[in-house]
Design a protein around this ligand. Structure first.
Ligand code: NIG
Ligand code: FE
Length: 415
């Protein structure tokens, strides 16, 4: 039997719970001073004060992991990324620095569509290799579960290739990957002015294949002015739901279209971005328990105003934070950057940020029952930090303070 005990912690931050934390619950992160964690076969068996754990368990029978007097927290869940793609868009970043907007670049045939060309040109094994390399660097930052989207294919074969790459990576990489089908991510040139026909194509040709081959757990769409409107988004997402996929939506990012309201209407698991969300949208999401996934590095890179996470939490939302890693709007996997921006520009507390990156990230992937907190029965996805308090996460600005990553009960990485 594979047994371990984590001892000599300053604190164990459990984030305890099996569902999302809403509003003020996000401040309750369940700190156990001098806590200890018992792990058996990769699953958390017990968590309590060290003195109690040592009374209950004979430590001679366990492999001991010494936390060195440091803080221990759940592994991070990055619940919104586009980590599988071909090529890069460094020129576009320079154009944006000169003042071109993200949507202008997209509308003149750059942006997402240019990554589509490079992704079409890449082989499945190239996508698997580059995707795994990206996950390697995310693991160093403490990410133990990640979500990844397709959407750089737009045609049947490339979408399937991207989804297969994620399925393959999920099998061969220690990180858990939740896969999202984002077929309607942009309009290909050949469909110019024919958005409805493109949605028909996605519904009739791509979606059935994705479902038949069991290639995705979630469906998503870029609901935005000059991309796909509310009616097109409703049509696509409704069909995806009927076919058994759970829903996400890129909503109210640049223009307020009512994406959050649509997410609530369709009982999506999450609505993401939300920079321009309406009051009604926030209220609807709360009443339908839709997670608000906020992506501060995208606002930072696009020089947009940040989503009002403070207001959302004060009103009672469950907020998750994620990187949105992609080659365009947010080419970063930096969890430390997300933490800094959320603290300094979105006015979230250290406790709220930790909930947003752990249990609420897990809830945004419908995985709050199995990951996202240090609770008996959950996967032993655990981080040992370099400092004795979780409060160093925002305080040590922009720096990775993860020392040891334990994934499925194994010491997977030491920084
Ligand atoms: O979440 N907004 C749309 N999709 C991505 C950007 C993808 C890209 O620029 O390649 C996002 O920001
Ligand atoms: Fe995105």
């Amino acid at each position: 039997m594979n047994r371990k005990i984590i001892l000599n912690t300053s604190e164990v931050v459990t984030c305890s719970g099996f569902e999302a934390k809403y509003g003020s619950e996000m401040s309750d992160i369940g700190v156990i001073k001098n806590g200890a964690i018992v792990i058996e076969e990769g699953i958390i068996k017990d968590v309590d004060k060290e003195s109690k754990i040592l009374e209950k368990y004979n430590k001679e029978e366990y492999f001991i992991i010494d936390a060195g007097g440091n803080s221990v927290i759940p592994g991070f869940v990055d619940s919104h990324t586009h980590f599988v793609f071909g090529g890069y868009r460094e020129e576009e970043f320079s154009w944006r620095l000169r003042g071109d907007s993200y949507m202008d670049i997209m509308n003149r045939g750059g942006g997402i569509v240019s990554t589509v060309k490079s992704t079409k040109a890449a082989t499945l094994s190239e996508l698997v290799t580059s995707g795994k390399n990206r996950l390697d660097s995310m693991l160093k930052l403490g990410v133990t579960t990640v979500e990844g989207k397709s959407g750089y294919g737009l045609d049947l074969d490339t979408e399937i290739k991207q989804l297969k790459a994620m399925k393959e990576i999920n099998k061969s990489h220690s990180m858990d990957v939740a896969v999202t089908f984002l077929g309607p991510h942009a309009l290909p040139q050949e469909y110019k002015g024919k958005e409805n026909e493109f949605i028909d194509f996605q519904i009739q040709e791509v979606l059935p294949k994705v479902v038949e081959e069991n290639l995705a757990e979630f469906a998503d769409i870029f609901c935005e002015k000059n991309v796909f409107d509310i009616e097109q988004s409703r049509r696509f997402l409704k069909k995806a739901k009927e076919m058994g996929l759970k829903l996400k939506i890129h909503a109210d990012e640049i223009v307020q279209l009512g994406g959050a309201e649509l997410a609530a209407e369709l009982e999506a698991v999450s609505a993401d971005h939300l920079l321009q969300v309406s009051e009604q949208g926030i209220d609807d999401m709360i009443s339908k328990k839709v997670i608000s996934t906020l992506l501060p590095s995208t606002a930072f890179c696009l020089k947009e105003k940040y989503a009002d996470g403070r207001k959302m939490i004060d009103k009672g939302c469950a907020v998750a934070l994620a990187t949105d890693l992609n080659p365009g709007s947010s080419f970063t996997n930096s969890i430390p950057l997300i933490i800094s921006l959320a603290a300094l520009y979105m006015n979230l507390s250290p406790e709220e940020i930790i909930s947003a990156l752990t249990i609420n990230g897990a809830a945004a992937l419908d995985r709050a029952a199995t990951v996202g907190s240090i609770d008996p029965g959950k996967k032993a996805d655990i981080l040992i930090l370099d400092y004795p308090s979780y409060k160093f996460l925002p305080y040590h600005v922009g720096v990775n303070i993860v020392k040891i990553v334990i994934k499925d009960g194994k010491i997977t990485l030491i920084n």
